[in-house]
Write a protein that binds this ligand. Structure first.
Ligand code: MG
Length: 220
């Protein structure tokens, strides 16, 4: 058996606006509102043996607008609400970094912890922050993922660019409240994405998560 045969496809998900409603620098667990179709999609991926990985920019930590404890309590609530719907995540990656922050408000070691049974990993580096691909590439190493057979869902152009930069073949652009703003930036981004111009990176816009085929079951 070659190495490639042992690698799994993954479903990468942005958090805010995709799994939970984006309330802007969410800091309290009681503000967490699950997007119901997200739980259904995640459960479907669990049943199909597709790894489910959350990749979320959390610059609010770097800006000191939210604390790491706030972030942990919001995560715990999200995981709890998903579990109530029978949906489980494999791992969560988060990017606490913000470029104008001079240094991390926390020791690097504090960015690795577990939320229930779900490992979380953050790193104080711009490479983790979308549109860069650090979180997806780290996930691929940690979990043995085949990025060339994986997909991502997000609601911002920086999500789309992160998927492209990680070598994913396909991205689903979920229409959230941000969509109108985001589409203004889209043409400029697409101009920069080489693989998109070469036809080997595809994206489509979707109204709901229910329309999205899992990797291995459809488009990838
Ligand atoms: Mg988002």
């Amino acid at each position: 058996m070659t190495m490639a045969n042992t690698l799994k496809p993954a479903l990468f998900l942005d958090r805010d606006g995709v799994i939970i409603h984006d309330a802007g620098y969410l800091k309290q667990a009681d503000q967490v509102r699950l997007i119901p179709t997200a739980a259904e999609l995640i459960r479907r991926a669990n049943e199909a043996g597709v790894a489910v990985v959350v990749v979320t920019n959390q610059s609010g930590i770097g800006r000191t607008w939210i604390t790491l404890e706030d972030y942990k309590s919001v995560s715990a609530r999200m995981v709890e609400l998903l579990a109530l719907k029978g949906a489980g995540l494999d791992r969560i990656y988060f990017a606490p970094f913000y470029k104008t922050a001079e240094s991390s408000p926390y020791p690097q070691g504090e960015f690795e912890f577990a939320t229930g049974s779900i490992p979380q990993k953050g790193a104080w580096t711009d490479e983790y922050r979308k549109p860069n691909a650090g979180m997806l590439k780290t996930a691929a190493q940690d979990l043995g993922l085949d990025l060339s057979r994986s997909i991502m869902i997000g609601d911002r152009v920086t999500d789309l660019a992160a998927a492209h930069n990680a070598g994913l073949p396909r991205f689903y652009f979920l229409k959230s409240d941000l969509f109108e703003n985001e589409t203004q930036d889209l043409p400029a981004w697409l101009e920069k994405l080489e693989r998109h111009r070469a036809g080997s990176f595809h994206f489509e816009t979707v109204d709901t998560l229910g329309e999205i085929p899992l990797p291995g079951a459809g488009g990838v």
